[in-house]
Design a binder for this molecule. Structure first.
Ligand code: ZN
Length: 456
């Protein structure tokens, strides 16, 4: 057993039930769990290790990313995919992704996780739905485990190729029995449903336009045979997506999801830009979650989701980076900022449509709830020791010391100074402690250039 005392924060943002913000706050941690939270003078005087923040850092829960595609860091800003809408963008990129091998998946997962950590993410879900050549989900899990992120690994899939009326080329789809068998293997090999778990498996067919009804239903049956295995997919992202659903299934995306059993506390859907108010009410009643991905929705010109209406219907909403080829950054702090700004764009003449603090809620406890976790997203006794700090003696906080909490969202999205995941310091004064970054960047760039060579 070892203890860690974090003392003298400028402000400690708890995100607890009362949303307390504690001046001169601190945390007392035993192993990987927070034991006490409060004003520094109320905490134990010392511990095995002590970090004195000298009243110069704001401390908050680590951020939770609910939707991503780590492998796409290999294909950021491909010139032919910079200005297309979703379906054009996908059909440009599928043939490039089809050349990936195990090392591409492993290295991109590590690189992407490193960047996310530097910008405040401590728990992430990734949606990997393409397994060309010798690549498997195990490669991604290995990369993330080595770097130390808390992880929900989604076993994605595509089974309806072009020749069957789907969008992806036939070369990147898999037979449905293979998908289900591998999903089961991964659950049995890796899924840890215990409190403070560092790894859970999610069953995640890519989207209604790339898999069959049967696979959606069978995936739901498989996930529900295990405790805490959740379901995830893309839903109602764009207008063509909506049209495809009406043409192929004669149903809206929400109706389709309900018809295949993809509604409930154990399901969350990425985007949901084009849900009707009825569908939003259904999501609220059923506890179905939404991964809101504002940067990606703007980048692909997909539209603006009705987040205010979702919140009014008690829909669980978290944030998703949805990178890295349709957002191109891995910065959760920036994503919270985008969520706040986009809500204000949608709700013209109502700048209070989303406050800075609400955006931080979505990025922390909102995301935790979407992933089905009650052990991360806030700083309180019994919670996992996942937290980040920002030094306020930076140009980006200058003139903002009267509200350093709102400043996290309103001001520039700088990297963290410290990050702890599961009680372990993973960023120390802005430097990652679990990976040598520059050789990783170099190797990642070599793989990226090899992959897209001749394609750009
Ligand atoms: Zn996505």
């Amino acid at each position: 057993m070892s203890t860690y005392l974090i003392k003298h924060a400028h402000t400690l943002v708890t995100m607890d039930a009362e949303r307390r913000e504690i001046k001169d706050g601190g945390l007392f941690i035993r192993d990987n769990v927070i034991e006490q939270v409060g004003v520094t003078s109320d905490l134990p005087d010392t511990a095995d290790e002590v970090l004195d923040l000298k009243r110069r850092h704001v401390v908050m829960p680590g951020m939770v990313n609910t939707h991503h595609h780590f492998y796409q860091t290999l294909t950021r800003v491909i010139p032919r995919a910079q200005d297309g809408e979703l379906f054009e963008w996908l059909t440009t990129l599928y043939p490039i992704w089809a050349n990936m091998r195990a090392d591409h998946v492993y290295t991109s997962a590590k690189l992407c996780t490193a960047e996310m950590m530097l910008y405040g993410c401590t728990t992430a879900s990734d949606h990997l739905y393409i397994f060309p050549n010798d690549s498997t989900l195990d490669d991604e899990i290995r990369g993330v485990q080595e770097i130390g992120m808390r992880f929900h690994a989604s076993r994605g899939s595509m089974s309806v190729g072009e020749s069957d009326g789907g969008l992806p080329p036939d070369s990147v789809v898999e037979p449905e029995d293979v998908i289900l068998k591998d999903s089961q293997r991964l659950i049995e090999q890796y899924h840890d449903n215990s409190r403070h778990s560092m790894l859970r498996i999610v069953v995640a067919p890519c989207s209604p336009f790339s898999v069959s009804h049967d696979l959606m239903r069978e995936s739901a049956n498989l996930a529900r045979a295990y405790d805490g295995v959740h379901l995830h997919t893309h839903l109602a992202e764009t207008h063509p997506d909506l049209e495809y659903s009406m043409e192929k299934f004669g149903q809206t995306p929400g109706e389709y999801a309900e018809s295949v059993g993809w509604i409930g506390h154990d399901c969350w859907h990425a985007h949901c830009v084009h849900l009707s108010l009825e569908e939003i009410a259904l999501f609220g009643r059923s506890g179905t979650g939404v991964a809101h991905c504002p940067s990606s929705n703007m980048r692909l010109s997909s539209g603006i989701p009705k987040i205010k209406e979702m919140m009014a219907h008690d829909v669980s909403v978290g944030l998703g980076l949805d990178g890295s080829a349709s957002n191109d950054h891995n910065n959760m702090r920036n994503e919270a900022r985008m969520a706040m700004l986009l809500a204000r764009v949608r709700d013209e003449m109502n700048p209070a449509a989303m406050t800075g603090r609400k955006a931080l809620e979505l990025a922390t406890i909102g995301g935790a709830k979407v992933l089905g976790r009650d052990d991360v997203g806030s700083l309180a006794p019994g919670m996992s020791a996942d937290f980040i700090t920002f030094n306020v003696d930076r140009p980006s906080f200058a003139g903002a010391l009267h509200d350093v909490v709102a400043a996290i969202v309103f001001c520039n999205s700088d990297p963290v100074d410290y990050s702890f995941i599961n009680g372990k310091m993973v960023v120390d004064q802005g430097r990652l402690t679990t990976v040598d970054l520059m050789p990783l960047v170099e190797h990642h760039n070599k793989l990226s250039l090899g992959l897209v060579d001749g394609e750009v």
